[in-house]
Design a protein around this ligand. Structure first.
Ligand SMILES: Nc1nc2c(ncn2[C@@H]2O[C@H](COP(=O)(O)OP(=O)(O)OP(=O)(O)O)[C@@H](O)[C@H]2O)c(=O)[nH]1
Ligand SMILES: [Mg+2]
Length: 267
């Protein structure tokens, strides 16, 4: 089977859109950004055009918990752009969301893995420069690769997450979180390749950078991207963050701000 030159249609793929070629025989995934316009200072990526020489601060004016859903069918009305956060259990998804929203109590965090178990929606409003406020959703998803739950439970989460990622119409981008302290993990790379097969746009966020040296984190980031390069023609944007030191917040919020503007412009 070969799918070639996947053309984004409407909704989410028309926004953070990518051309995607999938050659299943060779397991070669190619993702070529077209409509994604990033400043390199926003995304640290290499393949994106500069459209914003000046980045005005983005302020989160409100962020509130909305609902926890057991499936995409019961998620809130898809009437605004949506951004989901996913990664291994305990990688720091909920903490990152709290950092972005300036509210340590917004998403529940825990030292023990497996805390987040449903599709959790948060309603966010942001404002930047003289623009009118923008409404969007943040979604906190359960982590993958958590060994201490039954196989049945794990399968249920995986099915719930896959259906959500593939069918949620207003999902603009998925932030895949990777622990910056570790060398590339097969589970993370497999998950990313699955996103490619499902044609889901994503970015990579390397978390917990305060927990290791800059040199070690840099080495792990390079190793991860180099591994991805073997199967991907172009790399997605990536961010390096620390929820403790509030590192990476502005860059992520700017990327979201730009997608929100494209979403509004694209209807
Ligand atoms: N030092 C440091 N600790 C962090 C950071 N981000 C998260 N943590 C800690 O890591 C643990 C897990 O964080 P969570 O945000 O709950 O992780 P999660 O990915 O949402 O976990 P699950 O929902 O269980 O999958 C908590 O003890 C956090 O305080 C970070 O940037 N730096
Ligand atoms: Mg969590």
């Amino acid at each position: 089977m070969r799918r070639d030159g996947y053309r984004p249609q409407t909704g989410r793929h028309a926004l953070a859109s990518c051309w995607l070629r999938y050659y299943s025989g060779l397991t070669l995934l190619r993702r070529v950004p077209t409509a994604v316009h990033f400043s390199p200072s926003i995304c640290q990526g290499r393949h994106f055009q500069i459209i914003s020489p000046y980045l005005a601060p983005v302020n989160i004016t409100s962020a509130t918990y909305l609902i926890s859903s057991p499936g995409y069918q019961s998620c809130p009305e898809p009437d605004r752009p949506e951004y989901a956060f996913i990664g291994r259990s305990n990688v720091g998804k909920s903490s990152l969301i709290n950092m972005l929203c300036n509210n340590q109590k917004l998403a529940k965090t825990s030292g023990s893995p497996g805390k987040t178990q449903m599709i959790n929606h948060f309603a966010v409003e942001s404002a930047s420069a003289n623009k009118s406020p923008t409404q969007w959703y943040i979604v906190d998803l359960p982590g993958y690769g958590f060994a201490k739950v039954s196989q049945q439970q794990r399968t249920r989460w995986e099915k719930m997450t896959e259906a959500y990622l593939r069918k949620r119409k207003n999902l603009v981008n998925v932030f895949v979180l990777i622990d910056s302290r570790h060398a590339p993990q097969k589970g993370d790379l497999d998950f990313i390749n699955r996103l490619g097969e499902w044609e889901v746009p994503f970015c990579i966020v390397f978390t917990k950078s305060d927990k290791t040296t800059q040199a070690e984190a840099g080495k792990n980031v390079r190793a991860f991207l180099d591994t991805m390069r073997k199967t991907w023609e172009f790399l997605p944007p990536h961010f390096i963050t620390s929820a403790v030191k509030k590192l990476g917040k502005e860059k992520i919020l700017h990327a979201i701000e730009q997608w929100n503007a494209e979403y509004t412009a694209g209807g």
